[in-house]
Every structure is written in structure tokens, then in C-alpha cells.
Design a protein. Structure first.
Length: 518
């Protein structure tokens, strides 16, 4: 008998059908990936296994886990199984962890609930050591850890009682490439050593190719294709699977541009932060986040900036926007210091999470015309400018009278781009602008950026941890490590023959699809 056996699972929420006749199996020690776009039903399938469904949900079919028919169990019995027989790793560790409890308390809580005969703190120490946190004390709080370390804590909580099934829901989406590779290796190692079944929920087919033995592809709440990973990726049969693979390998056709005139000039910039005193009368230390960084961006040039979390990318970005003081060097836009208020209106930002950067109470018309209200008097042709901006990003002028929640994630990112471009800035900064998007939506947004380059000769700095995206959307790339630019050059030259060991490390760590399907 399979460890996990889902048969003809259908799920509706207040009468709306969410899942329809979903079937899949998972053996002990096997890694099965469930992939598809947002709204395909993959996360809801995982929540159905955990029986953590929203109010009003009704499920039919069978979900059998190690002989237990989960749809027939009461809540008290399910509580004894969650964390013991099955563990779950969530996408965003900072929201999965309690910010006011130490990591030792949070890992040991699962042990106290399900293994009261064990020394819970000793078990917490052992399991944190196992996930690679040997040097981290149990007394640390989540905010004191990096993103990768927090994800390891979440994994430690999930495996603390030795579950037979581990569900990982998009566990690497927000991580940089080296941390992502480490987490994937850790998950594979745990599944192999413990004979634990691993159900991986992800929209990233490159991650699927790295880790999964078998793949289940979902669309619209249905399984459209399933099979062994190498065979399915080499010869996908369903048009939807073929479309996902094509989007994963999508290459953008950037237009040529005139790159003769310097626009942004960053010269020998230093940014230090003061650290807390270690003793009462000891001098305060400093942390150098940006260490003598220099580069130019020419008008019409598309430049990428890559590096691991904590390398200084965000600090440098804030300094370029004039939002962060620097202790040394200079940053100018078209010859004027970026700290000058007149320069602020010449730069705009597209953030990673457009929903978080929009006021949910405002209509789209108010949101995308926000630069007019903040930087200048709204023009007399405001409505015409709004309509033109929406048309430019592939939306309709009628969308101006809608609210952000009425749009999909990709459409909200189009709105964010419209807001950035409505005042025709000289420099646009894309800060992880596509990292949270599905592969097909990501391809559409990248094509949109290329089209806007043809229309407006955009100059932009594209910040991302996704090397495949940076490779296709930039002319030149800079690699940042520990506050320094360690390598820069033409994008294809750097990716094709990286000179610095750190650059080669980033490229090697990035998950890729097999050559046969690229």
C-alpha cells in the first residue's frame, strides 16, 4: 500500500468547485512534485491532506495516509496526526514562525505535544543541528536569523517528531539561488535518510527537475498529466504542460538601444550601519553594507544586479533612490545628486509585491496616478494619461475604476509598472519584480518590459535572485557579494565565462531544466 493515496478527491467551498477528481500516490522515500500556476489547486490539495481546509469546504473521495482515511477522522484525531505522522513546510517562514517565541521553544513545542516522553529541548537541539543550524543557539528569535535559516527552522519543526510524510509548499520561492540549492539538498537528504515521503508543491519546473522522482501537473483543479520526471519533462503530452515548459525557458527579445550617455553614476559609495554595543562602555561597532561601490548606467541601458540575501543590494537601491544616507562617495542622476528633491521624480520603483505596495481602499485611477499627487500637480489630461498608461501595460482604460483585489497577481504587477511609467521617469528600478509570479505570467511581464523598451527606450536596474530572468532581460550584469561589486560585464559574457569564483558559485547553484527540453 502507498504511504499517501489520494483517490478521486473533489473539493468545493461554499458551492464553488475547487478540486475535481484529483488522484495521486506517494511511496515512502519518494519525492512527488505537484506543479501548476496559481489557482491550479496544488496548495489546496496539500491542505486537504493536512485537513486544514477553510470554513464551508466539503470534500469527497478518499485520502489515505499510512492506513488512515483522513476524510473520516474527527478533529481531535487529526490533531494527533499533524506534526507526528505528517509535517508541513510553508512558503513564508517569517509568517509561519511566532515572532515572540525563541526558535528552541517553537521546535520543542511539537515534541512536547507528540512525544512527551522525550527531552523536548534536547530533541530541538538535535533536530536543529540536523538541518544545519549547529551554530545557532536555541535562544535566538526568528528576526535574528536570515531567510534561509528561518526556513531551516520551519523544516526542523516539521520533522521534529519523525513524520512519515513531509509536505513542502513553495519552500524556496523567496530564497536566493545558493540558499535555495541548500534547502533543496536538505529536503532530498531528509527524504532519503528517513525513508520519508516528500510532497513538493511548486510552480518552478527547474526546482521540480532537481528534486522530484515523479510530477503531477494541475490546472483548474484537475490533474492534466502525471509521470516520471525525466520522461515527462523530455516529452510532455498535454498542451498545458508544454506551455509551462515553454514559459520556463522563455527568452525575451530585447531591442537594441543607444547606450552612449551616462545617466546614473555611482562613485565609491560607502554605507555603514552602527551596531549595538556589546558592553556598557564599549564603543559601538559598525557594519559595512556597501563597500566602495562604483558603476555607471548609461541612458537606454538595461542593467541587472544579482547576489545573495544580505549582500547589500537593497541598501544600495535605497541609496540610489536617495532614501539612504551614505558615508562616502557620490550618486548622481544626469549630473545631479540623488538627494536633491528634483531628482526623485525622475526615478520610479516596481516592487516585488504589488498588492502590498497598493492602498486596497483606492481605485486603480488613484493608485497609478499617485506620482502626480506626490511629486507634482496632476495634469489637466490626467484621465487621458491614466488610460494611456493602462493601454501601455496591456490593460483596459475601464480598469481604472476597479480596486486592486479585483486583479490577478500578474495584472497587479502590470498596474505597478503603469504607476512607475506614468510620469515617464528616466530610471526605473525593478526590485524582484517577477520573483513571486508563475512562469507563464512571468514570461508575459518580461515580454511587456521588452515592449516598453521599444516604445520608450527604458533605462532600468533589474534586481533579482533569479539568474535565468536576469540573463534574458538585461544587457549588462553586476554581481554583488558582501557589499562589493565583485564582477560586472556584458550579460552573456558573464554568464558564459564567469571570472569570479562567487559568480560561478551562483550560476552552479541555480536550478536548471535538462538540456533536452531547453
Amino acid at each position: 500500500m502507498s504511504l499517501l493515496d489520494i483517490r478521486n478527491l473533489s473539493l468545493s467551498i461554499t458551492g464553488t468547485l475547487i478540486l475535481q477528481d484529483v488522484s495521486l500516490t506517494l511511496e515512502a522515500g519518494e519525492v512527488v512534485a505537484v506543479t501548476g500556476e496559481s489557482g491550479s489547486g496544488k496548495s489546496m490539495t496539500a491542505l486537504a491532506v493536512m485537513q486544514l481546509l477553510p470554513s464551508g469546504a466539503e470534500a469527497t473521495g478518499r485520502i489515505t495516509l499510512d492506513g488512515h482515511d483522513l476524510l473520516m477522522l474527527d478533529e481531535a484525531t487529526l490533531c494527533t496526526l499533524r506534526g507526528d505522522l505528517v509535517g508541513m513546510v510553508f512558503q513564508e517562514p517569517m509568517t509561519a514562525l511566532n515572532p515572540v517565541q525563541t526558535i528552541g521553544a517553537q521546535v520543542s513545542e511539537t515534541v512536547r505535544l507528540h512525544r512527551p516522553d522525550l527531552d523536548s529541548l534536547k530533541r530541538a537541539r538535535d533536530v536543529l543541528d540536523r538541518v544545519g543550524l549547529q551554530a545557532i543557539p536555541l535562544t535566538r528569535y526568528p528576526h535574528e536569523l536570515s531567510g534561509g535559516q528561518r526556513q531551516r527552522v520551519v523544516i526542523a519543526i516539521a520533522i521534529a517528531c519523525g513524520p512519515k510524510l513531509l509536505i513542502a509548499d513553495e519552500p524556496t520561492t523567496a530564497l536566493d539561488v545558493t540558499t535555495q540549492a541548500q534547502i533543496l539538498d536538505l529536503l532530498k537528504q531528509l527524504a532519503a535518510e528517513d525513508g520519508m515521503g516528500l510532497l513538493m508543491i511548486t510552480h518552478d519546473l527547474a526546482v521540480v527537475a532537481e528534486i522530484a522522482d515523479r510530477i503531477t501537473v494541475m490546472r483548474g483543479g484537475k490533474v492534466v498529466e502525471a509521470g516520471d520526471t525525466p520522461a515527462l519533462l523530455a516529452a510532455p503530452k498535454h498542451p498545458y504542460t508544454q506551455a509551462l515548459l515553454a514559459a520556463s525557458n522563455h527568452r525575451v527579445d530585447l531591442p537594441d538601444s543607444n547606450k552612449d550617455t551616462p545617466l546614473l553614476q555611482v562613485k565609491n559609495v560607502v554605507r555603514d550601519y552602527t551596531l549595538p554595543r556589546t558592553r556598557l562602555f564599549a564603543p559601538a561597532g559598525t557594519h559595512r553594507a556597501v563597500d566602495h561601490v562604483s558603476f555607471d548606467i548609461r541612458r537606454g541601458e538595461r542593467v541587472g544586479l544579482v547576489g545573495e540575501s544580505g549582500c547589500g543590494k537593497s541598501t544600495l537601491t535605497r541609496a540610489i533612490l536617495g532614501l539612504e544616507p551614505v558615508q562616502g562617495g557620490s550618486i548622481t542622476l544626469d549630473g545631479t545628486p540623488v538627494t536633491d528633491s528634483s531628482v526623485r521624480r525622475k526615478m520610479q520603483v516596481v516592487f516585488q509585491d504589488p498588492y502590498g505596495s497598493f492602498n486596497p481602499r483606492h481605485l486603480v485611477a488613484r493608485l497609478i496616478s499617485e506620482p502626480f499627487h506626490l511629486l507634482d500637480t496632476p495634469p489637466k489630461d490626467r484621465d487621458a494619461r491614466i488610460a494611456a498608461a493602462l493601454n501601455d501595460v496591456g490593460l483596459s482604460p475601464e480598469d481604472a475604476q476597479k480596486y486592486p483585489h479585483q486583479f490577478s497577481g500578474g495584472q497587479r504587477q502590470r498596474l505597478a509598472i503603469a504607476r512607475a511609467l506614468i510620469i515617464r521617469p528616466e530610471l526605473v528600478i525593478f526590485d524582484e519584480a517577477v520573483s513571486a509570479l508563475d512562469v507563464s505570467v512571468r514570461a508575459q511581464i518580461l515580454d511587456l518590459i521588452a515592449d516598453l523598451c521599444r516604445q520608450y527606450d527604458l533605462t532600468y536596474l533589474f534586481i533579482s535572485h533569479d539568474l535565468s530572468v536576469v540573463r534574458t532581460i538585461t544587457d549588462r550584469v553586476m554581481v554583488m557579494q558582501r557589499g562589493r561589486i565583485v564582477e560586472q560585464g556584458e550579460t552573456e559574457a558573464v554568464f558564459g565565462a564567469a571570472q569570479h569564483p562567487y559568480t560561478r558559485q551562483l550560476i552552479d547553484a541555480a536550478p536548471t531544466l535538462p538540456e533536452a527540453i531547453t
